[in-house]
Each structure stands twice: as C-alpha cells, then as structure tokens.
Design a binder for this molecule. Structure first.
Ligand code: NAD
Ligand code: WQD
Length: 337
C-alpha cells in the first residue's frame, strides 16, 4: 500500500515518512524542495533501511501528478506541501494563496480523477484565531486569522469539507497541529529554517549553538502565569505517529473528521527556556521585546478526541522535546547544508 506524501522532504513530512515506513507503508514523496533538502530523505532511508520513491515536482504540476497516480499504487495522500512562514505570507499573500490553495485544488482534482479519495491534511491551531476557550476542543469555533498563511489553512479546511459533503466517497481528516518541535532521536533529521528562524525552538537552538547572540521574548505582559505567551508544544515524532493513526481511521471509511494534535499542556516562553537550559546545561541569554503583531496569550489543546477515536496520545514530554531539538541542532549546526 503506497501513501503519497506531499511535502515529504520537509520537517514534519520527513519524520512522518520514518513512521510510515516503520509501520509497513510504502512512501512516495512529492516535494519541489522549495523549503527543504533531498538530504532529509536520504537520511530517512538510513534510519529506516527502506527506499523512498521520490518525485521532485510541484503540487501545481498536473502532468507530474498524473504520472505519479498512473505509475504508483497510491491509496491515500498525506498533504504537507505548502508555504508556512507567517510573516512572509503578509508580504506575499498571492504566492501563499496560489501555492497552498490553488496547489491543493490541483492535487485534489487529480486524486479524484484517479479514484483516490483518501486525504489527510496538515491544518493548524491557527484556524482557532484567538481561541474562544482553552483548552481548545475541535468544537471550538474557528476564529479570525491574523495572516494570509492562517487563512489558507482555514479556507482549505472549508474547501475540503465542502468537497467531502458533495461526494461522501471522500475520507478526509483535518489534523490541527499545535506547536511541533523536537527531532528524531538519531539527530539526523530535524527542523532547518531558512534565514532567521520565526519560531521559538529553532531560535533557541541557534542561540545555543552560537549562531545567534540572544533570544528576544515577544512580550512579558500577557495574561498568563509569567506574562509570556503559552503554547502547546508537541514532539514532531508524536505528531508523525498521529498521521499513521489517522491513516488507520481512514481505513474505517471515516468521512470528514477533525482532530487536534497537541499534548494538552501549555508552556510559557520562560518555561521553554528553563527546560532547555536544564536539559542541555546551556544558558540562553534573552531580552524582553515588544509583543509580536498577531500573537495571542495562550493556546493549548484538548486532545481527547484523538485519544478516544484514533488511539493516539503524545508520548514525549518537554524534556525530550528540548533534548532532541538540541541533539539535531548540535550535530547539524548548518542544518542540511
Ligand atoms: P516545511 O516547510 O518543512 O515542509 C513543507 C514542504 O512542502 C517543504 O519540503 C517544501 O519544499 C514543500 N512544498 C511547499 N510548496 C510546495 C509545492 N507547491 N509543491 C511541492 N512541494 C511543496 O514545513 P513543515 O513544518 O514540515 O510543515 C508541513 C505542513 O504542516 C505545512 O502544510 C504547514 O503549513 C503545516 N503546519 C506546520 C506547523 C509548524 O509549526 N511547523 C504547524 C501547523 C501546520
Ligand atoms: C511561540 C511563542 C511567541 C519566537 C506559529 C504559527 C502557527 C503554527 C506554529 C503553522 C509565542 C514566542 C517566538 C521568538 C518569542 N505554524 N516567541 N521569541 O506563534 O505559536 O505559532 O507556529 O501552522 O500558525 O503562528 O509559534 O514558535 O513562533 O511562538 O518570544 O523569537 O514564542 O511570541 O508566544 P506560534 P512560535
């Protein structure tokens, strides 16, 4: 049984390919390498000892998709491919809507033309906007997104829901990720952002490895226990495992389902720094900066639905997330370069 993994060379995709191969699935990866390196896939092959069929193509390329669906025995698609930089999306909205939304429409069209109607989509807790309540359940109303990237996820959720309603042969699972961090235990694959990291953990690891002088904390006057932003950080290997569990749910012909993938525990920025320092013994210098536009105070999941219906629960805690992120960064100070 082959699974098409779009964006499979990226951070979450590469970790998911490991878990897929370990679970006995054949992985076919399609990635245009716009934000990743082919080396990640070579390293996945070393971890699992299994071969990955790789297509260096774009999800907007119909001819490439047709070739893949004719050549490979694809039964389902896990769709990670997309642009994800929040700030960049504010300056390049057309590029984000074109790549993420138009690209997904092409992918889904070619899937249905080839009779493949099983899809797992990478969504995000960003669709909740400033959440109406926390911990956030899947029935929490979707909110106002603060950037075009977030809107691509919110709109694609609606588009995919409408497609499944019109044609109930589709099985579509929308996975709303909280804040994925960490890396595979081997330290050979991990997060490799281009330029200055936008996200907290890669920023911290780059300070720790000496590439950046200090961390800026975006605000310490939020309505949280220590004033800094609280998030639900989840180990990327747990997240990857969630996709394997979701594939099993698709085998049951689940129709349209939505699951939060988080741990259910919120940590502040200062909590993350102190846990990282404790695990690694490295001091992270920081200064308090103004709030970052679009940030919210607190965001963490109620992930009970995934536990009950998928049999999935995060196994790794914050110490392992910090240790594994550092293991990757310290072994690969320049990422995949
Ligand atoms: P990533 O950038 O590491 O991986 C995305 C991959 O998609 C990259 O390898 C990139 O080259 C590829 N890609 C982009 N556009 C493409 C296109 N048009 N055709 C083919 N390949 C294309 O990002 P990630 O962190 O692994 O995220 C994977 C998915 O999960 C994304 O859809 C992202 O929006 C979503 N997500 C990520 C987070 C997070 O914090 N990392 C949180 C929630 C949701
Ligand atoms: C976490 C906390 C920051 C960097 C983003 C996207 C979201 C999703 C996950 C894709 C916040 C603080 C950060 C820094 C800091 N991605 N921070 N200094 O903003 O929760 O979510 O990634 O879907 O859509 O918005 O994650 O890691 O950027 O920030 O103080 O240099 O760390 O203010 O409180 P965020 P993050």
């Amino acid at each position: 049984m082959s699974i098409l993994v779009t964006g499979g060379a990226g951070f979450i995709g590469s970790h998911t390919v490991v878990e897929l191969q370990n679970a006995g699935y054949e992985a076919v990866v399609l990635d245009n390498l716009s934000n990743s390196s082919k080396k990640s896939l070579e390293r996945v092959e070393t971890i699992t000892g299994k071969v990955i069929t790789f297509y260096e193509n774009d999800i907007n390329d119909r001819a490439a998709l047709q070739k893949i669906f004719k050549t490979e025995k694809i039964t389902a698609c896990i769709h990670f491919a997309g642009l994800k930089a929040v700030g960049e999306s504010v300056n390049k909205p057309w590029e984000y809507y074109q790549n993420n939304i138009a690209g997904t429409l092409v992918l889904v069209d070619e899937m249905r033309k080839n009779g493949i109607k099983n899809l797992i989509f990478s969504s995000s807790a960003t669709v909740y906007g400033d959440p109406a309540f926390i911990p956030i359940t899947e029935s929490c109303p979707k909110g106002i997104c603060t950037n075009p990237y977030g809107w691509t996820k919110s709109m694609l959720e609606q588009i995919l829901t409408d497609i499944q309603t019109a044609d109930p042969e589709w099985n579509i699972i929308l996975l709303r990720y909280f804040n994925p961090i960490g890396a595979h235990k081997s330290g050979t694959i991990g997060e490799d952002p281009n330029g200055l990291p936008n996200n907290l953990m890669p920023f911290i690891t780059q300070v720790a490895v000496g590439k950046l002088p200090e961390l800026g904390i975006f605000g310490n006057d939020y309505d949280t226990p220590d004033g800094t932003g609280v998030r639900d950080y989840i180990h990327v290997v747990d997240l990857a495992d969630g996709h394997v569990k979701a594939l099993k749910k698709i085998d049951e012909k689940c129709g349209l389902e939505i699951y939060n993938l988080g741990t259910g525990t919120g940590y502040s920025v200062l909590d993350i720094i102190s846990n990282f320092e404790k695990v690694t013994g490295i001091k992270i210098p920081y200064t308090i900066k103004p709030r970052r536009s679009g940030d919210i105070a607190s965001c963490y999941a109620n992930a009970d639905k995934a536990k009950t219906e998928l049999g999935w629960k995060a196994k790794y805690g914050i110490s392992e997330m910090c240790a594994d992120a550092w293991n990757w960064q310290s072994k690969n100070p320049e990422g995949y370069q």
